[in-house]
Design a protein around this ligand. Structure first.
Ligand SMILES: NC(=O)c1ccc[n+]([C@@H]2O[C@H](COP(=O)([O-])OP(=O)(O)OC[C@H]3O[C@@H](n4cnc5c(N)ncnc54)[C@H](O)[C@@H]3O)[C@@H](O)[C@H]2O)c1
Length: 463
């Protein structure tokens, strides 16, 4: 179902509420537009005045399919308003959803300063009792900390409760995820504030109610598990290269087991985006802060660092020293369907190449990285002009339909390193290009891997 039919199919919530949504980024803007589509009155508080001005004009500042339509609907019906002023956004609201950023600090701990500032500002603007629903991803215990901060700034007589209501949306499918969630998690230590948040959602949606710390941990643990799955796939892909196997059928076969499932079991240049790495590091930091050893989570992070590093290592193995070599990187977004480049593996590849002195050009259909804007070209063939090697780093569907003959004609070399399995092998080879992929070894009969099983067979036969 696409978001339009989902929206039409979404049952109405228990009652219509006035909600303040704090932060109009990927999560906040999606939540605000979708809550308005459910019939709520939404006041979206965003500190960036330029962003608010654009949103009031109906311009979506991020790339998220379908969001422009919902924004237009919300503005037209006047159920969705934007402001930079807490004193306009908060009074009258029963719930304020905190959707501000919790970026990682250099040591991996989440930076909770935006959240603390938002909780303080919103609590200070409350003119009656208010529930803060925390959608931002936070370590367990944050709800208690925010409740203390809010109590310090709330006006006398105004009670501020904090409920954990973590967000699970995936960028590029955010609207579908909102209207058809796997679960809505509501964590609270008191029933009334939990009810106020639950009332925002249609009662038929799958709901998990629990205590606040557990709800906070559901989100971090889910992302750590997804990160672990990807790192496992990359570890198996590395092993495939060594034993002469092919990671594509191996991982397909593993994923066909319904107990395992195929999603997040693809190999490539590692996981990225604004959430997986950050939330994995956050979980590790939380565990370490209470003296618990998060061995699996740490291993997932280490394997991811290796998965990124090995791309540049592979290019150096194929080309020799990379200084001065012309490399085109196709894709900057951390995955297709989004313009988000936060912690993008594609950007890590570009940076790794620049660190080695390579001469890099890039292309992405929607994403850009301001610091690397001078490298960006307007189409993939321009990016490939004069390149010795083309690296496909994001699985945008348009890369699967590139014309290999035109690509080959633009390049000076003939090597393509496809990190995400986008290019059709036969057509690419027919254009005279040499296609290199990750996770595929040479299935040579005299491969060293045969030695150990042969010995073990002979041991058995001779004993
Ligand atoms: N992006 C995702 O896919 C995703 C998915 C699930 C959960 N999350 C979590 O949700 C949270 C938000 O993520 P995001 O990607 O939407 O972040 P974002 O950086 O895109 O958006 C945050 C917005 O909040 C605004 N803001 C910050 N402080 C403010 C304040 N005091 N008042 C008003 N506005 C303020 C910022 O200007 C910004 O526009 C993070 O904790 C993230 O981990 C993100």
């Amino acid at each position: 179902m696409n978001h339009i039919s989902l929206r039409a199919a979404a049952p109405p919530p228990g009652r219509v509420s006035t909600v303040c949504v704090v932060g109009a980024g990927y999560v906040g803007l999606t939540a605000a537009a979708c809550l308005a589509a459910l019939g709520h009155r939404v006041h979206c508080l965003e500190r960036d005045a330029e962003q608010v001005a654009r949103l009031r004009r109906g311009q979506v500042p991020i790339y998220e399919p379908g969001l422009d339509q919902l924004l237009a609907d919300g503005l037209r019906s006047d159920r969705l308003r934007f402001t930079t002023e807490a004193r306009e956004a908060v009074p009258g609201a029963t719930v304020a959803m905190l959707c501000v950023g919790t970026p990682p600090r250099p040591d991996g701990r989440p930076d909770l300063r935006q959240l603390a500032a938002a909780a303080t500002e919103v609590a200070a603007a409350a003119t009656g009792d208010l529930v803060l629903a925390v959608k931002s991803t936070v370590p367990p215990g944050t709800g208690e900390a925010l409740e203390l901060l809010a109590a310090l700034s709330a006006a006398p007589g105004c009670r501020v409760d904090v409920v954990s209501n973590p967000e699970f949306l995936r960028e590029s499918q955010a609207i579908d995820d909102f209207f058809e969630p796997d679960r809505v998690v509501i964590g609270a230590d008191e029933p009334e504030p939990a009810e106020a948040v639950a009332d925002l959602y249609p009662p038929s949606w799958p709901m998990l109610r629990c205590d606040r710390r557990s709800a906070e941990l559901v989100k971090c643990a889910s992302n750590a598990f997804l990160a672990m799955k990807i790192s496992f796939a990359n570890e198996i892909a590395g092993l495939c290269e060594r034993v002469g196997a092919d990671a594509v059928p191996v991982l397909a076969g593993v994923g066909m087991d319904h107990r395992i499932g195929s999603s997040f079991l693809g190999h490539g240049p590692g996981f990225g985006g604004s959430c997986l790495g950050k939330d994995l590091s956050g979980l590790i930091a939380t565990a370490e802060s209470v003296g618990f050893d998060p061995a699996l989570s740490r291993a997932a992070r280490d394997v991811n660092a290796w998965a990124r590093r090995r791309v540049v290592d592979r290019l150096a193995a194929l080309l020799g020293p990379l200084a001065g070599r012309r490399v085109a990187v196709l894709g900057l977004a951390f995955k297709p369907g989004t313009d988000d480049v936060r912690d993008s593996p594609a950007l890590a590849v570009v940076q790794g190449l620049l660190d080695q002195g390579a001469d890099v050009s890039t292309y992405d259909p929607v994403a850009s990285a301001p610091a690397l804007a001078h490298l960006q070209r307007d189409d993939p063939y321009l990016a490939a002009r004069g390149a010795e090697v083309v690296v496909v780093a994001t699985a945008w569907p348009e890369f699967a339909t590139l014309d290999p003959v035109t690509l080959a004609g633009s390049m000076d070399g003939h090597l393509v390193l496809d990190l995400v399995g986008s290019l059709p092998p036969a057509a690419t080879a027919a254009a005279g290009l040499e296609l290199s992929t990750l996770g595929r070894g040479t299935p040579d009969t005299f491969h060293p891997v045969v030695v150990a099983p042969l010995e073990w067979c002979l041991d058995a036969a001779l004993s």
